[in-house]
Design a protein around this ligand. Structure first.
Ligand code: NAP
Length: 310
């Protein structure tokens, strides 16, 4: 059993990310007590029934009382309102963190509501599945995944170091970077790909009206992976795009230019261009496998617990 890192952890939002953190903290005794709060009574009751929290609170303000770590695990668009509610109730010297998929907008929304006596260390675990809610979590979600810490200027390095230890104890590899850089990197690696998957599935859905069930019957080759990504939580992803606007639009602009170049190569029969392009992209896939971030096995029809960096 690993050593306890925080005495009392308050999780605000009790979905996939929070429940996975709770299971991992419980497994290794990383928190003395885990208190949880979610918006609906249904989710609060489910969390209590599943037992990944020691106690469920009736409000976010009540949940953070005497907590030395507060983790905001709500959709990005809800972070500011939650911070406003808990701000006056935070303990002296507590660390407040979040797990939001976007960082600059969350820092802008949350920061102003936090008193000077707390440490704010925004974070983003690059792990997830297309499933959401309190029943979707599992202790191994963060195993060998990255967690990016985005400390704001003037953050106490001791507070950052302690949060780093927690993520490492939950199995993650931890790195630090600035908020703008984070949002651009995630725009490329996660946000734009999700939008493309949503679009492709939308196109197929329109087409399906013409081709009946063929889209579903013959979905194995590539399309099935798109549908898995496009099944991700609509609220979470709406908030990601609305809050990572400029990076997403920048990447989509580049994407459109590349798409036109490929489209032109197909039209003009430029096989060399296509071959060179696909050779370059194949090398990227190899790099990901070599970095231990995926397996080389064919991944169509992935299992339910397949990780997906969001
Ligand atoms: P989730 O499973 O949908 O859970 C969201 C939780 O937030 C639910 O318990 C929900 O409560 C609660 N909630 C929503 N609005 C609230 C409010 N105003 N006050 C209190 N609770 C509220 O979502 P998730 O996948 O865990 O995502 C949580 C955060 O992690 C998001 O910011 C997301 O960007 C980030 N993230 C997600 C992934 C991923 O792949 N899923 C990966 C990395 C980071 P109810 O159930 O009562 O509605």
């Amino acid at each position: 059993m690993m050593a306890q890192i925080y005495d009392r952890v308050a999780l605000i939002g009790l979905g996939l990310i929070a429940s996975s953190m709770a299971w991992a903290m419980k497994r290794d005794g990383l928190a003395g007590e885990i208190v949880g709060f979610a918006r609906s009574a249904e989710t609060r009751n489910k969390a209590a029934e599943l037992g990944f929290v020691d106690r469920v609170a009736n409000s976010a303000a009540e949940a953070v009382k005497n907590a030395d770590l507060v983790v905001l695990c709500v959709p990005v668009g809800a972070m500011g309102a939650v911070a406003a509610e808990i701000g006056p109730h935070l303990s002296q010297g507590a660390t407040v963190t979040d797990v939001g998929s976007v960082k600059a907008a969350v820092i802008d929304a949350v920061g102003p509501h936090l008193p000077d006596h707390v440490h704010f260390v925004p974070a983003h675990p690059l792990a997830g599945t297309e499933h959401s809610g309190p029943e979707a979590g599992f202790a191994e979600l963060y195993e060998n995944r990255w967690c990016l810490l985005v400390p704001v200027a003037g953050t106490d390095p001791t507070a950052t170091g302690r949060l780093r230890r927690l993520w490492e104890a939950m199995g993650a590899n931890v790195d630090e970077m600035g908020a703008e850089h984070h949002d651009l990197v995630l725009g490329v690696t996660s946000h734009a790909p999700h939008l493309i998957a949503y679009t492709m599935v939308g196109v197929a859905d329109d087409l399906q009206r013409v081709t009946d069930s063929e889209v579903i019957n013959y979905s194995a080759a590539g399309f099935r992976d798109f549908t898995r990504i496009a099944a991700s939580d609509p609220t979470m992803w709406r908030d990601v795009f609305l809050n990572n606007k400029s990076a997403t639009l920048e990447i989509l602009g580049r994407f459109t230019e590349e798409l036109f170049a490929l489209q032109r190569a197909i039209r003009t029969g430029d096989g060399d261009f296509l071959h060179d392009y696909f050779t370059r992209t194949r090398a990227i896939r190899r790099g990901i496998i070599e970095a231990g971030q995926d397996t080389a096995e064919p991944n169509f029809g992935r299992g339910a617990k397949e990780e997906d960096a969001s």
